[in-house]
Design a protein around this ligand. Structure first.
Ligand code: ADP
Ligand code: MG
Length: 328
């Protein structure tokens, strides 16, 4: 499918089917919103993971299950919704070992407990292809207050949670391409790739504080581009302000990749949000209360597109900008 990325595919073939329901948000947000009882809305999202694409074939089954849960909970957090239930459709390779399945289920159980959610349905089939898993997650948010990608306003500060780029370097570790790294840093980065920390406390706490929000799954710059597109605004990012872990700093110093790996690498599952400048103190206080680093990295401006400036004040050019599933 030369020249066709997943976003134009969704926009051309699937978004027209969403037009009948305003809560589908034109298939441009992290989850759909459905009217719930008594002033609530349900937020609903689905994400699939495929062996070799979203996890490595020899990753521990417990962690595969937990990553599947967490990438979905991350989408709900990005709407400001609290998760309560998931449905699992699993396509297990023919001949999968019983021990593998038990470990997978144990991982699922542990995250259902950790995040107080129930597995309420799904499907189980065998496939001649690679292990493929799809999870649907349902959360709850006060009506008309969910955090949308389309609500960024010119003048907003752009914030991110946690540190950026950890998972992209963790993937290099998992692929055996980071042998020069200190083993403790390597393990930590690999953990960030295998087991994201969905910001389930931060998302709901941002209701009324943030304007736009989304989770960073495909890369900071590309994902910020989605906020810009749906909000009809542009963004300026100061690369020097993007929060880096000590392990990523070490990986950069070791020459394992450049800043573009941080800015365009996927799988961090941190929250990216915008808020009015006069909310900055409240956002900072929230970060302290949650014990979570929240960093302002730039500004929403009129116009379109994302411009990233480097330490020397020059514009960085990023080929691509984010992970694309269909080449593009
Ligand atoms: P995220 O990275 O937050 O999971 P995606 O970029 O994968 O979001 O998808 C963008 C939007 O498109 C979401 O609203 C998602 O629900 C929707 N979407 C993706 N694929 C399909 C599909 N095949 N049919 C309907 N909606 C889809
Ligand atoms: Mg998302």
């Amino acid at each position: 499918m030369p020249g066709l990325d997943e976003f134009s595919l969704i926009a051309r073939l699937f978004a027209p089917l969403a037009a009948r329901h305003p809560g589908a948000l034109g298939l441009t947000d992290d989850a759909a919103l459905i009217a719930g009882p008594a002033g609530r809305q349900w937020a609903v999202t689905a994400d699939a993971m495929v062996e070799g694409v979203h996890f490595l074939p020899d990753d521990p089954p417990e962690l595969i299950a937990r990553k599947l849960v967490r990438v979905n909970l991350s989408d709900l957090a990005a709407m400001g919704a609290k998760p309560f239930a998931v449905l699992l459709a699993s396509c297990f390779p023919l001949g999968v070992a019983d021990e593998w399945l038990e470990r997978f289920a144990a991982g699922l159980k542990s995250d259902c407990e950790e995040f107080s959610i129930a597995l309420i349905g799904g499907d189980t089939v065998a496939t001649p292809g690679p292990l493929t898993l799809a999870l649907t997650a349902i959360g709850d948010v006060p009506a008309e207050s969910a955090l949308l990608r389309s609500n960024a306003r010119s003048g907003d500060d752009i914030w991110v949670s946690g540190s950026i780029g950890d998972a992209a370097f963790g993937l290099l570790v998992g692929q055996g391409k980071a042998a020069s790294l200190d083993p403790a840093d390597a393990q930590w980065l690999l953990g960030r790739y295998r087991l994201p920390l969905p910001r389930t406390a931060l998302g709901p706490a941002l209701l009324g504080l943030a304007h736009a929000a989304m989770d960073i799954s495909d890369g900071l710059v590309g994902d910020l581009g989605h906020i810009c597109e749906t909000s009809g605004v542009g963004a300026l990012v100061d690369a020097a302000k993007v929060p880096l872990s000590a392990a990523v700093r070490a990986a950069l110093a070791a020459g394992l990749g450049g800043i573009e790996r941080v800015l365009a690498g996927g799988d961090d599952y941190e929250l990216l949000f915008t808020a009015a400048p006069d909310a900055a103190q409240s956002v900072a206080a929230l970060g302290r209360a949650l014990g979570l680093r929240l960093t302002a990295i730039g500004r929403i401006i009129e116009g379109q597109g994302v411009r990233v400036t480097g330490a020397d004040g020059r514009t960085l050019s990023l080929a691509g900008g984010g992970y694309r599933h269909f080449g593009g």
